[in-house]
Design a protein around this ligand. Sequence first.
Ligand SMILES: NC(=O)C1=CN([C@@H]2O[C@H](COP(=O)(O)OP(=O)(O)OC[C@H]3O[C@@H](n4cnc5c(N)ncnc54)[C@H](O)[C@@H]3O)[C@@H](O)[C@H]2O)[C@@H](O)CC1
Ligand SMILES: Nc1ncnc2c1ncn2[C@@H]1O[C@H](COP(=O)(O)OP(=O)(O)O)[C@@H](O)[C@H]1O
Ligand SMILES: [K+]
Length: 511
Amino acid sequence: MRDAYSVETVRAAERELMARLPPGTLMKRAAAGLAAACAGTLGRVRGRVYGSRVVLLVGSGDNGGDALFAGAYLARRGAGVTAVLLSPERAHGAGLAALRSAGGRAVAAPGAVVEGAPVDLPALLGRADLVLDGIVGIGGRGGLRPDAVEVWDVVRDAGVPVVAVDLPSGVDADTGEVRGVAVRATATVTFGAHKPGLLLAPAREHAGAVHLVDIGLGPYLAGTAPVARAPRHADVARLLPGPSAESDKYRRGVTGVAAGSARYPGAAVLAVAGALRGGAGAVRYAGPAADAVVARFPETLVSAGPPSAAGRVQAWVVGPGLGDDRAARETVRDVLAARVPVLVDADGLRLVDVERVRSRTAPTLLTPHAGEAAALLDGVPREEVESARLSSARELARRYRATVLLKGSTTVIAGPEEGPVLVNPTGTGWLATAGSGDVLSGLVGSLLAAGLSARDAAAVGAYLHGLAGRRAAPLAVATDVADALRPVWRDVAEGPRRPPRGREEGARGET
Ligand SMILES: NC(=O)C1=CN([C@@H]2O[C@H](COP(=O)(O)OP(=O)(O)OC[C@H]3O[C@@H](n4cnc5c(N)ncnc54)[C@H](O)[C@@H]3O)[C@@H](O)[C@H]2O)[C@@H](O)CC1
Ligand SMILES: Nc1ncnc2c1ncn2[C@@H]1O[C@H](COP(=O)(O)OP(=O)(O)O)[C@@H](O)[C@H]1O
Ligand SMILES: [K+]
């Protein structure tokens, strides 16, 4: 798992560690890691550090200090380093001295000049190979302030690669929200631990590739809870269900799918496609699209009556393409009365009653996109859910006493109890295609039927679905996503493959 901790937790851990170390040690560790990452970037964009030109954007706190010390390292390796100070009188003193003694120089940002001609920022940045964003880190509040926006506009127009120090300045470290203007970085070098904002959209889109520098916080974070966790391949591989020697199709789990309508038979077909690829032993379909389902997937057990008459299942998926007529309403009610885990998606979400969900004893999993979540949250604007995914998913889970998988640019999973949310690290915008959500609901329902908890089923399903979307891209349609589930399942189950002996050398030689 990649764990992300709140600013409060990171600061507490830093305090404990700092008390055991000589002053300045942590900042020097951070800056050394930052400089190494910047040297790597310069190697790629310029071929070497020596002779390259680096501009530091330096704010008034320790984030600027990190940038100044890293600038000093780069200056010692022969880079021409200029620090642009947003608040010259408050810039980190020791960092500034280190930069100057290494041969770097500092200028006041245009908005901070008290006398003399202001620096020609466009010219300075026009010559730059790399910019370090040390405007603000975990001490930041709100979007960039006007003087910082002015500087950032010039950097953005210059098109120079930007390495953000700890966080892209202007994003909210704890929530991933971006309220105002924020730096867009090529890469972010973060210290000690990931911050939730580095995992969650929209802030995540500002961070670029994220590198974590170990400054020794590990032991001081060990006993504390992360705010968000992003699973990795190995975490998902551990949870994948598979047959044992004694398995039969019923023991592997039967997934029930109550989806589709005369108007939307395709949603039933796609949900069944996902369910057939989720590790359960069989799929039962109950509803009016049985002919379309069997025509495409003859392995499905179909019935036209209510779900409760379809035979035993270990989990239900209800909602995709159901419509909103009386029959749809009746289907949702019928499924929610089952004493097995239930996943509610799409049209089903418009028909659920909050008290009925809260009073269920078996787990319920809601899988809204932002629009559906907004409606479930009493009609808050959709944009509000998109800009505050973490709190929206948590609030929904709390209100409905259910597990919530909030879909979209970052899929977030929140449980009804306190505790870290899960953030899905896979996925691609190509998944924003009609019916891909239906595939996801079937897949996750099947994982529930195979015995995973709602939280694990949601995490594993979102992870595999995201990988399948990437594999099926570009121009993926929902059917392609379902077809790609088998190869990505195999990849995750088998783990990273080592190249055959002798190939490693060759591969290195080629790059
Ligand atoms: N505490 C520690 O032990 C360590 C901290 N480190 C660095 O220190 C940073 C935190 O330093 P600070 O607590 O000094 O805080 P920051 O440097 O993140 O920011 C605080 C300063 O930024 C200004 N500011 C706040 N919001 C702003 C906005 N929206 N636009 C422009 N300016 C804004 C504030 O007036 C304040 O002076 C971390 O992000 C990290 O880079 C690292 O050196 C590692 C060790
Ligand atoms: N910008 C995006 N980046 C990554 N994934 C996305 C993006 N937009 C949508 N998705 C994913 O695509 C799927 C779409 O599901 P949904 O909105 O329910 O569509 P539909 O109802 O047409 O099936 C979800 O898994 C969602 O997380
Ligand atoms: K920063």
